[in-house]
Design a protein around this ligand. Structure first.
Ligand SMILES: Cc1ncc(COP(=O)(O)O)c(C=O)c1O
Length: 375
């Protein structure tokens, strides 16, 4: 009998090996991976990332944050480029969001944070309290106070919640977990302008949308905005646990000596992997990923047009949702039977988060299986 908590519903299958964009189960069956974990191994099982990990493991894999860490500087430099941010490294998306919530409160001296209905920001108390879904919080009692939830893509609903104590607005640019819902571009630019005018910090949770997932390094680049704070995790280490909170340099004083920290955050193995990931994600690479995403989404929409069980195909880059009234668990199982691994999101969406390294042939294989599946 399992000695593990039953907090996950695990399929009766174990992946024991991976090569490029393929997974192999314990029986040796091969699957094309359109899930990348849950949007984590964005580059597939990439030899350049393994080589960077092996090289770092043979030198030193941990030092505490009591010492200089040139790898953290290197990764921060590659993430920030010509922009004006400072970085804090954590170990997960929830932790990165905790850091974001803390710096927003400390920098403004205010407490309230407005997030959105159907958002997902993590499972720790702060990030869970930021999450706009009751089912995530059930049974855990009183959460962290001073969070409220506006309606996604509705600026008026944000304005109604703003008080003198509002520090920040926290947003996913594509709501991932609840059903792959992209934010409306006008809403995002108007919200950014409103936050600036009112002196509210705009925090973008890029845990799922970041690291090339939407065809840009950060999804906010699609929307022509620069948030005051943004968070990363998932694809940053391509599977090695890591998170990051980046905030405009002018907020730096709020995270002064002793204000925040993490034993493992910015660990050398995680940083070596992240640095290798960022070397691969050049502008050309990302432009290609964006094109692949558009191709996959367009072809899927064409293939599923007229299917009475599919109401919409939507997404951004290689973050795609197929809204359907069919049973999601059965669809996921049927896809696996045909050698394709897919995810679900919310109550009625099949979610595709394939690797950005997909070949044309792999895209077409996935498309054929998916078209077949919905027939
Ligand atoms: C948008 C978003 N934020 C935060 C998280 C939490 O990340 P983690 O599970 O690494 O704590 C997730 C995870 O799915 C996410 O999609």
């Amino acid at each position: 009998m399992s000695k593990l908590f039953k907090n996950y519903k695990r399929a009766d299958i174990e992946f024991v090996k991976a090569e490029g964009n393929y997974l192999f189960d314990q029986e040796g069956k091969k699957y094309l991976d359109f899930s990348t974990g849950i949007g984590v191994t964005n580059l597939g099982f990439h030899p350049q990332v393994s080589a960077a990990l092996e090289k770092q493991a043979s030198k030193i894999w941990h030092t505490p944050n009591l010492y200089q860490n040139s790898l953290q500087e290197e990764v921060a430099g590659k993430l920030i480029g010509q922009m004006d941010y400072l970085a804090f490294f954590a170990n997960s998306g929830a932790e990165a969001n905790e850091a974001a919530i803390k710096i927003a409160r400390k920098a403004t001296g205010k407490q309230e944070i407005i997030s959105f209905v159907n958002s997902f920001h993590g499972r720790t108390f702060g990030s869970m309290s930021a999450t706009g879904q009751d089912k995530i919080k059930e049974g855990f009692g009183q959460g962290v106070p001073h969070f409220s939830y506006a309606i996604f893509n509705d600026l008026d609903s944000v304005k109604h919640l703003v008080t003198e104590d509002t520090a920040a607005v926290m947003l996913e640019l594509v709501q991932g977990e609840s059903g792959v819902q992209p934010a409306d571009p006008n809403f995002v630019t108007d919200l950014a302008a409103y936050c600036k005018e009112q002196g509210l910090l705009l925090m973008v949770d890029e845990v799922q949308t970041g690291m090339g997932r939407t065809g840009k390094l950060f999804a906010f680049q699609h929307y022509g905005i620069q948030p005051d704070i943004f968070t990363l995790a998932k694809g940053l280490g391509n599977g090695v646990p890591v998170g990051a909170m980046l905030a405009k340099s002018e907020l730096g004083a709020a995270f002064s000596y002793g204000s925040h920290g993490s034993t493992f955050g910015g660990n050398k193995l995680a940083m070596a992997a992240s640095s290798a990931v960022l070397d691969i994600m050049t502008e050309d690479f990302l432009a290609d990923a964006l094109e692949k995403g558009q191709y996959l989404q367009t072809k899927l929409a064409e293939a599923l047009a007229g299917n009475p069980h599919v109401s919409q195909v939507r997404g951004l880059g290689l973050m795609i949702g197929i809204e359907t009234d069919l049973n999601l668990a059965q669809l996921v199982q049927a896809a696996r039977d045909k050698g394709l691994v897919v995810l679900t999101a919310g109550a009625n969406v099949i979610r595709l988060l394939p690797p950005l390294t997909l070949s044309q042939e792999e895209i077409d294989t996935g498309l054929a299986i998916l078209s077949d599946l919905f027939e």
